[in-house]
Design a protein around this ligand. Structure first.
Ligand SMILES: [Zn+2]
Length: 164
């Protein structure tokens, strides 16, 4: 790229082309939407549906709501989940963080309902709050067990600064 500000728009392919060096770029270059065949409307609607459903949305349900194929919906969902994960991983929780242990699942019919139930997954729930005590960022991380070593590794990855 030559840093020239003179460009033209290639309407047929929705590309911007530099007048000097003929480098071509688009609005989605370098984003997760790069070379997508889906419309922006579909992407933003997917983001809305994924963030507004209480229990998460399956790729199948997403494909129905968006009117796209299951494969397209699956790829879309995983791209969005990946960038959310990358964002979380690059911003550890800081300042006031409240942490609790919790179990997910464990209501399998006919199974045991104790803490040792095979279907129950332990996870760490952490919330960063502001001065007013309002939640800002959260982290829900599956762990194999609530062991000191594992929680130390979790803290190193998800909390800013060293754990006390
Ligand atoms: Zn150029």
């Amino acid at each position: 790229m030559c840093k020239s500000k003179e460009h033209c728009v290639l309407k047929t392919r929705e590309l911007y082309q530099c007048n000097r060096c003929h480098h071509q770029t688009s609005l989605t270059t370098g984003t997760i939407m790069e070379s997508t065949k889906l419309s922006f409307k579909t992407w933003f609607l997917a983001m809305f549906l994924m963030t507004q459903t209480k229990n998460g949305i399956s790729a199948l349900e997403l494909s129905r709501q968006l009117g796209i194929s299951y494969n397209a919906s699956w790829r879309l969902k995983h791209k969005l989940m990946q960038v959310m994960k990358e964002r979380d991983d690059s911003h550890p929780l800081t300042d006031d963080v409240q942490i609790d242990d919790a179990y997910w699942g464990g209501e399998k019919h006919g199974g045991k309902r104790s803490q040792g139930s095979e279907n129950k997954h332990p996870f760490v729930a952490a919330v960063q709050t502001n001065d007013d005590g309002h939640p800002q960022y959260m982290r829900l991380s599956m762990v194999t067990r609530f062991r000191k070593k594992e929680l130390e590794l979790w803290a190193q990855k998800h909390l800013a600064g060293s754990p006390c």
